[in-house]
Ligand binder design. Structure first.
Ligand code: PEP
Ligand code: MN
Length: 361
């Protein structure tokens, strides 16, 4: 059972709900605060068998908005059949919800300060405040470039601040990476924000998911597992949310199958509306890791553009995409990166497809 409190509910209203819930035997009340786009609000979840508890016992309490009986296992991330559910969150001055599109364009892996600077300068030129910058790279071969790690964080954050970047998506593979990011942000005076990325290789690293949930501060960009079901990926996401961080965006990045060839992965963007129906998480698509190559179609558009369009036309609200000032010399995933001169065209394309989506609603 979930008790949602009104945005105006104060601490005493929350305490009364917690106290009432605590009176039932074998019921554990858990409190979650959501930084919703229309304001922050609280939910109290009753864990245990609630079949004998009547909704009215909570509905009459001050500050209670609604009481929902949950049959779904996605307790925290689930939409629970509410069309008007509060989707998304605010972070570092930006709203991540379903009513706008953010493009997180950037380097798959940070390889030099110069690449970071060139990328961010281009983003700033076109008013983009979100990027991706991989410092910790989980690579298939131990002999491949593993990312610059903690060493690059001070100057990545400094450049982000200088170029008015508000959110950097950055993958973490270990609890130590979270701590290093927290420390580096603090030492730099928090010039930007970080969205912690869980990569497809760590989708079911449950101990990492718990840590990412427990830090409770930075939102999470969660990538679906490349070889598991959507349900398993959503359950993994629920780990993060249930540990304390409900501010998550769910990323589709293709699934591993030879049937996707010549693409790197089989594009799965038909799942955008499925994820939106089942959860209240904004959905992000990653066309770069799906397609995995720079190849221009006969119409002159790179395939990465076409895959982007496929995700946006079905309602994705974020795009994570690889760019590089010099893809031939990139140390990771250069073959799939777009060059910087494509950025304005890409942003226009995103705008046009999004407008088409909004026009058919
Ligand atoms: C990435 O975004 O850099 C990445 C490694 O992606 P994925 O986890 O989807 O393979
Ligand atoms: Mn990559």
């Amino acid at each position: 059972m979930i008790i949602t409190l009104k945005t105006c509910a104060d601490a005493s209203a929350i305490a009364m709900v917690m106290e009432t819930a605590g009176r039932f035997e074998n019921i554990e009340p858990r409190k979650y605060i959501f930084e919703g786009v229309t304001g922050s609000f609280c939910e109290v979840h009753l864990i245990g068998n609630t079949s004998r508890i009547a909704e009215e016992q909570f509905e009459v309490l001050p500050g209670v908005q609604r009481v929902i009986r949950v049959s779904s296992k996605y307790r925290v991330i689930g939409r629970h059949g509410q069309d008007e559910a509060d989707v998304g969150f605010q972070y570092n001055g930006l709203a991540f919800d379903e009513s706008r599109v953010h493009v997180l364009a950037g380097l798959c892996a940070v390889d030099s300060r110069e690449s970071v600077r060139a990328m961010m300068a281009e983003l700033q030129k076109f008013g983009v405040q979100t990027t991706r910058m991989g410092a910790y790279k989980p690579r298939t071969s131990p002999y491949d470039f593993q990312g610059l790690g903690a060493e690059c964080l001070p100057w990545v954050f400094e450049e982000a601040g200088k170029h008015d970047i508000r959110v950097v998506a950055m993958e973490v593979c270990d609890g130590r990476h979270i701590e290093e990011i927290q420390k580096a942000l603090e030492s730099a005076g928090n010039p930007t924000g970080v969205m912690l990325q869980i990569g497809t290789r760590n989708t079911q690293n449950f101990e990492l998911l718990k840590l990412v949930g427990q830090q409770g501060e930075m939102p999470v960009l969660f990538k679906r597992g490349m070889g598991i079901t959507l349900e398993e990926s959503l359950n993994a996401c629920e780990y993060i949310a249930s540990e304390g961080q409900p501010n998550i965006v769910f990323c589709l990045r293709g699934v591993k199958s030879h049937l996707g060839e010549p693409h790197r992965n089989l594009v799965d963007f038909a799942h955008v509306p499925v994820v939106r129906s089942q959860t209240r998480l904004p959905v992000v698509i990653d066309p770069s890791h799906s397609v995995g190559r720079f190849h221009t179609a006969p119409d002159g558009l790179p395939e990465v553009f076409h895959a982007t369009g496929q995700g946006l036309i079905v309602g994705a609200s974020m795009v994570l995409v690889d760019f590089h000032p010099d893809p031939r010399h990139a140390l990771c995933d250069g073959p799939q990166a777009l060059t910087l001169d494509y950025l304005p065209r890409f942003l226009d394309y995103v705008k046009t497809v999004r407008a088409a989506y909004e026009a058919v609603l």
